[in-house]
Design a protein. Structure first.
Length: 293
């Protein structure tokens, strides 16, 4: 009752066996190609990450160099001012001198300020009535926005025109520093602007590159110092939802001062540890980098 080599059924059986082997080999090759493609993609991503890391290191070194130059310039300018004030009879209180002397003193202060801030993202030029400053902002070496501030110097220093966003506390900063220390005024204002654009940049990057993990729309205010969003993480075949609330209590900082990450009330107890780990990442890393890790 066995199949003989000349039996038609035997030939059909051998054909099916060969077809099955070919199909199996085709599946193996396809799987290998997929693994090779993934390996190439991972290698490209790693190379890009290393390149970005090297670029960031170079930028950080350049920032340190510029800060050192700024400090040296500031020291030189202060020494020059002390020498000039000494020659004029200690002009520490310009109100005691003539209007012309006061004006000359203000002009010298403005010029020295322009020198000091040239390498810190703040530039300016003298105008007929005062000085116009441009504050450039950046985050992680990426240039973002520029803001302008036009100051009048007579009869006292005051703001004439500006493009500072309305939610930046410009009036409070001006009230505290503008009349007494214009350098401090510009420095604090620059810190506020850079922190704001840094927070906004992180939120934009998160929505652009991790939209597949974000549920719904991220909630954020104009100042971007409060961010609330829902996101998912996956493990094997399961998906775990989380809710995040990030508060930036320090308006001169681009990292949050308070982070609350929570999961659903009926979620497994192990997710509490994951939520705590996520909270720590959000406090230490930029928002999009925390998701990338």
């Amino acid at each position: 009752g066995g199949l003989t080599p000349t039996c038609p059924l035997a030939g059909e059986w051998r054909g099916r066996m060969e077809e099955g082997k070919a199909h199996s080999l085709g599946g193996v090759f396809a799987h290998l190609e997929m693994l090779e493609a993934r390996a190439r993609e991972a290698a490209m991503k790693q190379a890009a990450a290393e390149q970005r890391k090297e670029q960031l290191a170079r930028l950080e070194a350049r920032v340190q160099e510029l800060r050192q130059q700024r400090d040296e310039l500031r020291a030189k300018v202060e020494l020059q001012e002390q020498g000039q004030l000494g020659k004029r009879g200690a002009m520490s209180d310009p109100a005691q001198h003539s209007a012309q002397a006061v004006l000359e003193w203000k002009i010298r202060k403005v010029k020295s300020t322009l020198q000091v801030f040239y390498l810190t993202g703040i530039s300016g030029k003298l105008t007929k009535q005062g000085v116009c400053f441009c504050i450039s902002t950046a985050y992680e070496g990426t240039y973002l926005d520029s803001y302008h501030l036009d100051l009048l110097t007579e009869p006292q220093v005051r703001i004439h025109h500006h493009s500072i966003p309305i939610f930046i506390p410009l009036e409070q900063i001006a009230k505290k520093y503008l009349q007494t220390d214009i350098r401090r005024f510009l420095s604090v204002l620059s810190d506020h602007l850079n922190a704001y654009v840094g927070r906004r940049y992180q939120a934009d990057q998160l929505q652009e590159h991790f939209s597949d993990q974000i549920e719904g729309t991220m909630q954020r205010n104009s100042l971007c110092n409060l961010l609330v969003f829902n996101y998912n993480t996956s493990s094997k075949s399961e998906t775990f939802p989380f809710n995040a609330r990030l508060l930036y209590g320090d308006l001169c900082c681009s990292l949050p001062t308070e982070v609350i990450v929570s999961s659903a009330s009926d979620a497994p107890a192990a997710l509490a540890e994951t939520a705590a780990a996520h909270s720590d990442l959000f406090r230490r890393l930029a928002l999009h980098k925390a998701f990338g890790s």
